[in-house]
Design a protein. Structure first.
Length: 661
């Protein structure tokens, strides 16, 4: 039991009372960051909502926070995710804090904070400071004054040699305010659109070994900042709210104990290089699992059911929502979505007329035939020889989604490669996703897993550069503009040199021809009559004129060809051949701009380029632009540079690891 007492030997000072005001409490939650835990404040909106609900009589009250993605149990002081599986997170009503060993403030427990607040109130009203508050385990808090409060750890904490550690002797600073915390106001309660994101192979989505839920959190935060900076006018007018981004995970279900695939692999895995083999079994083999009909069925069911369940749950919790839905997949996740969308039933005429109304949902049922040029493209019907264990001829069924997505974004996608190795040389101009009118293949130029798709739609697109995604601050990166300028200058200098050389060559040929004609004319004057000589000289002049005209025509044709090559850049002209129905007669392939450091050596940054999409401002802004463009909303004509600074959320500490796909 803690107690308060006056410090011995303290020089008596006259009591100085100060006006007392109750401490301002704020709600925090305990977040895991690498191997450490950080107490993070809720937004002002969520904290006020929790504080108001604290005094209600209902002890089982569940409060939705963070845009409705989490529920807080006031009684149990826990926060649990709503749309995905996850452990309960501790929440706490905080008012008093001490500085930890990593210079981050840690809140006291609610009981300890109440004790400190009571002593602070007594000291403020009586003016008697220099009090010592004894806490559990021998710890103590000393009130030197209203703003000078320290926390001492027990001095008996000693190492094996009997000496006290430096950390136990150093006092900790105690605070009674929130000045050192950056607290957001809260997310917009208006949701314009839903974006479901499916991860690729493995349980980790980036080089920091973060889960899909964590990288989607970063994606969502950056997206909200970009929307606020690039759609400020529309936001001020009340036309723009936010895009809700939700993760869809399938890896855990594939490697669950129920399925038992990990145990089966463990029994046949060699004991050498265990870390590499474990990484291979947990990550790289997901690609092979997807080519296996048995496990492909499991993956497809997991993704489709998760999409339907999350959508239904969101509609139940937000009945006022009337926006659309888009899908995004990274790496193998994009291929899963592509196969799933290919097997959706085409929209009927009645559904086409009412497709903007999300309340009219199609019924969940098994899929029909795939809408592709050949049945070999997707693993719907694959023949296998009957083996001794009865493998048979597996057939994969595809669940119908209960919503029709507006857009599909493939990030770092191997779709083009898988389509090709399935025996499809051409998708054709009429190929499209039955229920999804928009398709965007986004990739980093150094991504070793990404492949293009436009050439499969129209072979004439082979050799046409993909559309360059603009930098989120506008235009191109400086090194790319410099590279393009130097290329154009070099090409112009080369063309001028060739023109000058050809002109000089033509002049030399002309003089040579004139000299030759003159010599022949003099010889012919001695042998022939003047009339015959004149006719011969005239004929030579006519030949010379024809040669000069042909040379000028060749020079003009070469210059025209050079201009056509430059003008074929898709950023400057419109292509004069059809683009197909895959993206509603628009371009499909979009490439990011490499960073200046990446430009040095593309091989060094090939691995990191495959997982860059989750935090790429250029990618996220492009996705937001396409989503809001479908709603008839465009970005501001001028965006202040000061508003383009993106504050990235605190994430896991970097760790060296093999690349997850």
């Amino acid at each position: 039991m803690a107690s308060a007492s006056s410090e011995k030997g303290q020089v008596a000072t006259p009591p100085v009372a100060i006006p007392y005001s109750p401490v301002v409490a704020h709600w925090f939650y305990k977040r895991s960051v690498g191997t450490k835990f950080i107490w993070t404040p809720f937004s002002h909106y969520d904290s006020a909502l929790l504080e108001t609900s604290l005094n209600l009589d209902d002890s089982t009250l569940i409060i939705p926070v963070e845009g409705g993605r989490y529920d807080v149990n006031i009684k149990e002081r826990t926060k649990t995710p709503v749309y995905w599986e996850g452990k309960a997170i501790e929440v706490r009503r905080c008012s008093w804090f001490y500085k930890g060993v990593d210079s981050k403030y840690v809140p006291y427990t609610e009981d300890t904070a109440a004790l400190l607040e009571a002593e602070y109130k007594r000291s403020a009203e009586t003016g008697e400071w220099h009090q010592k508050i004894m806490l559990a385990n021998g710890e103590q808090v000393v009130f030197h004054g209203p703003t000078v409060i320290v926390h001492f750890l027990p001095q008996q904490n000693a190492d094996t040699w009997g000496a006290s550690t430096q950390g136990s002797m150093r006092p900790r600073v105690v605070k009674r305010d929130l000045d050192d915390f950056t607290i957001e106001q809260g997310e917009s309660q208006r949701v314009d659109h839903l974006l479901f994101m499916v991860h690729g192979i493995g349980s980790a989505c980036d080089l920091k070994m973060r889960s899909v839920e964590e990288v989607v959190d970063d994606f969502r935060v950056i997206a909200q900042q970009l929307v606020q900076s690039h759609y400020k006018n529309s936001t001020d007018m009340g036309l723009v709210g936010r895009v809700e981004v939700l993760p869809i995970s399938w890896h855990g279900h594939l490697h669950s104990e129920e399925l038992g695939i990990d145990e089966k692999l463990k029994s046949i895995t060699l004991e050498s290089i265990p870390r590499l083999r474990n990484f291979t079994n947990d990550t790289l083999l997901d690609v092979l699992f997807y080519t296996s009909p048995k496990y492909c069925q499991k993956i497809m069911n997991t993704v489709a059911d998760a999409l339907n369940d999350v959508y239904l749950k969101y509609r139940m919790r937000h009945p006022e929502f009337n926006g659309g839905v888009s899908l995004a997949g990274h790496s193998l996740g994009s291929l899963i979505l592509f196969d799933l969308l290919c097997h959706q039933e085409p929209l009927k005429e009645s559904e086409e007329e009412n497709k903007e109304n999300p309340d009219q949902l199609p019924q969940k049922q098994s899929s029909q035939k795939v809408q592709l040029p050949t049945s070999d493209l997707l693993p719907k019907q694959v023949s296998y020889a009957m083996g001794p264990e009865g493998t048979g001829q597996p057939v994969i069924t595809y669940t119908q989604l209960i919503f029709h997505p507006k857009k599909f974004f493939a990030l770092g996608s191997p779709i083009g490669m898988f389509v090709t190795i399935r025996g499809i040389d051409k998708l054709g101009l009429d190929f499209h996703l039955p229920t999804c009118p928009g398709f965007y293949n986004i990739f980093h130029p150094f991504d070793p897993v990404a492949y293009r798709i436009e050439a499969l739609v129209n072979p004439d697109m082979n050799g046409i550069r993909p559309v360059l995604i603009p930098h989120h601050k506008g235009r191109k990166r400086m090194h790319l503009e410099l590279k393009e300028t130097m290329t154009r200058v070099g090409a112009d200098i080369k063309q001028r040199f060739m023109d000058t050389f050809k002109t000089t060559l033509d002049s030399v040929n002309f003089l040579t021809t004139v000299t030759k004609v003159k010599k022949e004319a003099e010889e012919s004057l001695e042998k022939e009559t003047s009339q015959t000589s004149s006719q011969a000289f005239q004929k030579q002049n006519e030949d010379l004129d024809e040669s000069s005209i042909a040379s000028s025509s060749c020079k003009l044709r070469n210059r025209t060809d050079s201009n056509s090559t430059t003008a074929s850049d898709p950023e400057f002209i419109e292509l004069d051949f059809p683009l197909g129905k895959l993206n509603d007669s628009k371009r499909v392939d979009y490439v990011l701009q490499e960073a200046p450091l990446e430009f040095i050596n593309e091989y060094i940054f090939a691995l990191s380029s495959h997982v860059c999409y989750w935090g790429s401002e250029d990618t996220i802004l492009f996705v937001m632009k396409e989503i809001y463009a479908s709603l008839g909303i465009s970005t501001d004509s001028q965006v202040p540079q000061s508003s383009m600074t993106i504050e990235r959320p605190v994430s896991h500490e970097s760790s060296h690891s093999l690349l997850p796909m």
